[in-house]
Write a protein that binds this ligand. Structure first.
Ligand code: DC
Length: 224
């Protein structure tokens, strides 16, 4: 199997670029953030504090997470129930960030992620795919954009949605989150030593997808 690991911070356009590139390459796109979100949803619904490592670990045997890949994309199931839409709320995002810092949660999800890569050519998107989940991936890409560019994109998104957007405030939040994600003890966000850095700051969406597809095709040709 050919595995492509895509890591990088939130807000760099990683998911949409990775998903489009996977389609062009006919690879299975795996959004690992959604798997973490599903665990966090369970904790929230059961009233379990996602900051409490013992409580979260004790809950894990009761959680069965599965995925299916359809025409419309990846769907997430929690104990058999489709929760694809419900994992996208702000409350779930906050809880996920906490739950993802718990070692037992990360260990629980490792098997699911590795299992997918054993059976499919995958393009797997996350934070620690090249460093922890698929250290032998044939291609590792660290996809990022400058904090200023990510703040500009986020502000434009909010304005388009008719919401108030304070660029300076957004930029401050992005820098704080980058610091938190890259300094946490477990699976900190950092490029694998053998990752290719893809900075999309000056690139359009289409150019970013083309750059990623180009990297993948180049690496696949050299593995044939
Ligand atoms: O990519 P996302 O926003 O859906 O990720 C949700 C949260 O899960 C985010 O706080 C980072 C975390 N995450 C992680 O720690 N490791 C991954 N492989 C994927 C996501």
């Amino acid at each position: 199997m050919f595995c492509i690991a895509i890591d990088g911070p939130a807000g760099a356009g990683k998911s949409s670029v990775a998903k489009a590139a996977a389609e062009k390459l006919h690879f299975l796109y795996v959004d690992t953030g959604a798997i973490y979100r599903t665990i966090a949803l369970y904790l929230l619904e059961k009233g379990i504090d996602p900051h409490d490592p013992q409580a979260a670990e004790a809950a894990l045997p009761g959680i069965e997470v599965s995925l299916s890949h359809t025409e419309e994309g990846q769907r997430m199931f929690l104990n058999g129930e489709d929760v694809t839409a419900r994992i996208r709320t702000e409350a779930v995002s906050m809880a996920t960030s906490a739950a993802a810092a718990i070692p037992a949660v990360r260990a629980h999800l490792l098997g699911i992620q590795r299992g997918l890569a054993e059976k499919n050519n995958v393009l797997m998107d996350g934070r620690d795919i090249g460093t922890v989940v698929l250290p032998n991936a044939q291609l590792k890409v660290f996809l990022t954009a400058s904090p200023e560019e990510r703040a500009r994109r986020r502000a434009a998104q909010l304005e388009q949605a008719g919401e108030r957007a304070d660029y300076e405030e957004i930029l401050k939040e992005i820098k704080a989150r980058d610091h938190q994600d890259s300094t946490r003890d477990i699976a900190p966000l950092k490029p694998a030593p053998d990752a290719v850095l893809l900075d999309t700051s000056g690139l359009s969406f289409t150019e970013s997808v083309e750059a990623l597809v180009g990297l993948a095709r180049g690496r696949m040709a050299s593995h044939e």
